[in-house]
Design a protein around this ligand. Structure first.
Ligand SMILES: [Zn+2]
Length: 281
């Protein structure tokens, strides 16, 4: 479903709870859904559907990972990223070429600095988010013994609209470090919004295992006009808003990898008892 008035349905995936037999599913554009609703109000409707979609086997794709090794504690990692895949109707510039571009550009900026931050910065382009967070789940599984070494993670997966808010899961002991990041982000027009939001979809699985997360909340006013449609193309991206995103991720990642807390380092990452009940839902 989308928020635009075009006659392009927003593609996507339909999930069925375990134990249910999947039925064929299709998406309708908003105008066509409205028309169907009007017709249904008049009485029974017969609709002929021609669907050529379906499952066509499984393939292996890869998370693409780049890292700037920390100068003092390379084993401790600040994770940023987006997802590499997109639906094939558009070019995926908004969902999620923007997120990959924003976080890779932030990594590239930090990589060009004369001094590396104390801790590592890892940029992950997650594979196959769209069909069930497969890259994010595989990353969490592969790193389940290193949750405590993930300082904090943040994901860009909501287009390239300006970032307006910062929040994180940082506990009280990391409040000063968290506030220092928020203060550095403020000149970019970003408000500190403690206690709000949650991890993004691909960070979600490792956050569920106990990794700390941060959220750089974006203006998504037009996001659901564009995503998963032929209108998801590069011309929809505002270069100034994109640059603000890159700046914000660079500031966040650099400081998160550099700041020392009063009570030891970190933003509260600690392995949790296994609870997969909320993953992927
Ligand atoms: Zn996405």
């Amino acid at each position: 479903a989308g928020t635009d008035s075009h006659r392009n349905p927003h593609t996507g995936i339909t999930r069925f709870d375990d134990g249910l037999t999947p039925v064929p599913s299709a998406a309708l554009s908003v105008p066509d859904a409205d028309q169907l609703a009007r017709l249904l109000a008049l009485g029974p409707v017969r609709l002929r559907l021609a669907l050529d979609c379906g499952w066509d086997g499984e393939y292996t794709s890869q998370n693409v990972i780049g890292q700037i090794d920390g100068s003092a504690h390379p084993e401790e990692v600040v994770l940023i990223g987006g997802h590499l895949d997109s639906w094939d109707l558009g070019t995926g510039a908004v969902d999620d070429g923007a997120g990959v571009g924003i976080t890779m550009a932030a990594g590239a900026l930090i990589g060009r600095l004369p001094q590396r931050p104390a801790r590592s910065i890892r940029v992950v382009a997650f594979a196959n988010e769209e069909q069930g967070l497969h890259g994010g789940k595989a990353y969490a599984e592969a790193h389940k013994d290193q949750v405590h070494r993930h300082v904090i993670g943040a994901e860009s997966d909501f287009g390239a609209g300006r970032i307006y808010g910062y929040s994180s899961s940082a506990p009280a002991y990391a409040e000063a470090a968290d506030r220092a990041i928020a203060e550095a982000l403020a000149p970019l027009g970003i408000e500190h919004m403690p206690g709000q939001g949650g991890p993004g979809p691909d960070i979600g699985p490792i956050a569920a295992k106990g990794a700390a997360w941060a959220r750089l909340a974006q203006d998504g006013t037009d996001y659901f006009d564009l995503h998963h449609t032929p209108d998801d193309t590069l011309d929809k991206i505002d270069p100034q808003a994109l640059a603000q995103n890159v700046a914000a991720y660079a500031v966040f990642a650099y400081l998160a990898a550099s700041i020392e807390n009063a009570q030891g380092f970190g933003f509260g990452s600690a392995p949790k008892a296994e609870d997969t009940s909320t993953i992927g839902k």
